[in-house]
Design a protein around this ligand. Structure first.
Ligand code: PLP
Length: 381
C-alpha cells in the first residue's frame, strides 16, 4: 500500500503513540482536580503547551487547545467578530481558504458582517497591494492561510502580517497545512491568531490549537468551565494534547531534514510524471510551495477515475481537498486560480510524508502512464 495523501491526514508517529498511551491508562485524572490524579495530568498539559509554543514562536500562555483545526479557525473568526463587533464588521480573507474559514465567513456574512475575498493569480498568489487597499475603517480582521491544502502554495505570511499590523487589524492565519512542514513564527510574522491541527503531523485526530497572542480580544465559542483560561470550556483531551506536544517536539528537531528529503522526492515525482506525460500541468506556484505537495492536472481525464484506478493498485492520492472529493465539481481553489473547469476536474493532489520513500515514487511513475493511456482510450470510445 502506498499512501500519498498526507495533507488529508497522517498516521500517528510511533513516538507520539508511546507518549500518549499512559494517559489512557494510569494517568487518567481530570486536570481540574486538585488531588494527585489531577496534578499528574495538569503538568503534562502545561509541558505540551510549551512544546507547541516552541514550534510556532509564541508564549505557552498563548496556546489554547481545541478539538481540531476547524474549531480553531471558527474560534478565531467568530470569536474576534463577536468581540470587536462594536469596532467594525468587515473581514478580509482570500478566495482559496479551507472550508473551515470559508464557511465561517459565510456564517458571519449571514449575520451582518461584510467579507472581502481577495482573488488569486494563476499561481495561487494574492496581490499585497489589493490587500492593503481592501483594509478600511471598519476592518477588524485579515484571515489568510499559510499554505494551501490543495496546491501547497505558500502565502507571503510575513508581509500580510506586517500590513495588518501597520493598519491596526488582527491577522488570523490558518496554518493547519504549514505547521511542522515549514518554519512558522507567530512573533516574527506578526500573527495574532494561528490555527493548527495535530492529525496533519503525526498526532491523532481530535486535537488542535489556536494561538491567541496576548492582548487579542476574543469571545469563546464554547461556554462552560474555566479551562484554557476561560477561552475554551470542556475537560481537556489530555492524551491528545500530550500527543500534540510530542509531535511538535519531534517536528522542531526533524523538520528541516524531512522537508529537504520530501522536496527531493516530490520533485522527482513531478519531473518524472511530466517527462512521461508532457501535457500534465502543475497547479500552484513553481517555488513558493510546501515541500511535500504536488497538484497536477491531467488533460482529458476525470481525476476521480484516475484516483479509483490508482486505488486499485494500492496507491492513495486525492482530488482537490478531502472534504470535497466524491463530488464531480471542479475544485474551488483551482477555479479561483483560473484553471479551466475541464483541467481542474482532471487534477490530482499527491502529498508526501514521513513514510514516503523513493520506491513509492518510482512505483507511481511505473504504473501511472499505463493507467492514463487506458483511461484516455476508453473515454474516446
Ligand atoms: N485548514 C486547512 C488548510 C486544512 O487543510 C484543514 C484540513 O484539511 C483544516 C483547516 C481543518 O482541520 P481539521 O481537519 O483538524 O478540522
Amino acid at each position: 500500500m502506498i499512501y500519498l495523501d498526507y495533507n488529508a491526514t497522517t498516521p500517528v508517529h510511533p513516538a507520539v503513540l508511546e507518549a500518549l498511551l499512559p494517559f489512557y491508562r494510569e494517568n487518567f485524572g481530570n486536570p481540574s482536580s486538585v488531588h494527585w490524579a489531577g496534578r499528574m495530568v495538569k503538568g503534562a498539559i502545561e509541558e505540551a503547551r510549551e512544546k507547541v509554543a516552541a514550534l510556532v514562536g509564541c508564549d505557552p500562555v498563548e496556546v489554547v487547545f481545541t478539538s481540531c483545526g476547524s474549531e480553531a479557525d471558527n474560534m478565531a473568526l467568530k470569536g474576534v467578530a463577536a468581540a470587536l463587533r462594536g469596532k467594525g464588521n468587515h473581514i478580509v480573507t482570500t478566495g482559496v481558504e479551507h472550508p473551515a474559514v470559508l464557511n465561517a465567513c459565510h456564517y458571519l456574512e449571514n449575520n451582518g458582517f461584510e467579507i472581502t475575498r481577495l482573488p488569486v493569480d494563476r499561481h495561487g498568489m494574492i496581490d499585497l497591494a489589493e490587500l492593503e487597499a481592501a483594509i478600511g475603517e471598519r476592518t477588524i480582521l485579515v484571515s489568510a492561510m499559510f499554505a494551501n491544502n490543495e496546491t501547497g502554495v505558500l502565502f507571503p505570511v510575513r508581509e500580510i502580517g506586517a500590513i495588518a499590523a501597520g493598519r491596526g487589524v488582527y491577522f488570523h492565519c490558518d496554518a493547519v497545512q504549514a505547521v511542522a512542514k515549514v518554519p512558522v513564527d507567530c512573533r516574527e510574522m506578526h500573527i495574532n491568531l494561528l490555527a493548527l491541527s495535530g492529525h496533519k503531523f503525526g498526532a491523532p485526530k481530535g486535537v488542535g490549537a489556536l494561538i491567541v497572542r496576548k492582548g487579542v480580544k476574543l469571545q469563546p465559542l464554547i461556554h462552560g468551565g474555566s479551562q484554557e483560561r476561560n477561552r475554551r470550556a470542556g475537560t481537556e483531551n489530555v492524551a491528545g494534547i500530550v500527543a500534540l506536544g510530542k509531535a511538535c517536539e519531534l517536528a522542531l528537531v526533524e523538520m528541516a531534514e524531512e522537508a529537504a528529503r520530501l522536496s527531493a522526492l516530490r520533485n522527482r515525482l513531478e519531473t518524472g510524471i511530466r517527462a512521461l506525460l508532457p501535457d500534465v500541468r502543475l497547479n500552484g506556484h513553481p517555488d513558493r510551495r510546501l515541500p511535500n505537495t504536488a497538484n497536477l492536472s491531467f488533460p482529458l481525464l476525470e481525476a476521480d477515475s484516475l484516483l479509483l484506478n490508482l486505488d486499485l493498485l494500492g496507491i492513495a492520492v486525492s482530488s482537490g481537498s478531502a472534504c470535497s472529493s466524491g463530488t464531480l465539481k471542479a475544485s474551488a481553489v483551482l477555479s479561483a486560480m483560473g484553471v479551466e473547469p475541464a483541467l481542474a476536474r482532471g487534477s490530482v493532489r499527491f502529498s508526501l510524508g514521513r513514510g514516503s520513500t523513493a520506491g513509492d515514487v518510482e512505483y507511481v511513475l511505473e504504473v501511472l502512464p499505463g493507467i492514463v493511456e487506458r483511461l484516455r482510450k476508453s473515454s474516446e470510445k
